[in-house]
Design a protein. Structure first.
Ligand code: IMP
Length: 183
């Protein structure tokens, strides 16, 4: 692999840095409106949501708290099974808190369904979800996703926190990988 041209590994760019920033600003505006007068705790899911969290949080003109969870989902290949293990739990007690889960992408939604029911068992005032990307299959899931950046086709995408084999998370844009990367 040519280490010098990471962005060149993309076969097409789905969303540029500018487009992502504008969309996150719109989402932040909606969230700010919806949570007016209420304290808000943003919960990011490591590692993919790091970029979304960093940029979304900085769009707010209000106080927000941030906390993180790391979970691993067991599944065959690239598909998750919904069987989840907590690798890092929240530092915050969310009892009585308004929680907004910040995600990079929802594919089957299995991981998120598990996470939402786990969080709900801790007695929060509310739990909602914000995701930058959502794939078609996720629309069939039972959990309601309140804030969606973009609905995308069923393709494997990388960049802006999303990885292929732990690489490409640091790309500023989101795109699909060129076939030579897999070979
Ligand atoms: P779900 O349980 O099927 O919704 O799995 C969601 C997780 O799978 C995400 O948090 C990502 O870690 C990973 N994932 C799903 N689709 C993609 C993709 O297109 N690119 C990179 N990671 C993905």
């Amino acid at each position: 692999m040519d280490e010098s041209d990471v962005a060149g590994d993309l076969v097409s760019v789905l969303y540029t840095e500018d487009q992502i920033a504008k969309r996150l600003a719109e989402l932040a505006e909606a969230i700010e409106r919806d949570y007016e007068g209420r304290e808000l705790l943003l919960v990011g899911v490591l590692k993919g949501a790091v970029m979304v969290m960093a940029d979304l949080a900085r769009q707010f003109n209000r106080h927000v708290e941030m906390d993180w969870m790391a979970i691993s989902s067991y599944g065959a290949g690239t598909k998750s099974s919904g069987v989840v293990r907590i690798l890092k739990d929240l530092d915050t007690d969310i009892n009585g808190r308004h929680v907004l889960v910040v995600e990079d992408i929802i594919d089957t939604g299995l991981t998120l369904s598990w996470l939402v029911s786990n969080l709900n068992s801790r007695g929060p005032a509310s739990v909602e979800i914000c995701t930058l990307l959502r794939k078609p299959e996720a629309q069939r899931m039972s959990v309601d996703v309140k804030y969606v950046g973009y609905d995308i086709p069923n393709e494997f995408v990388v960049g802006y926190g999303l990885d292929f084999d732990e690489r490409y998370r640091n790309l500023r844009s989101i795109g699909t990988l060129a076939p030579h990367v897999y070979s």
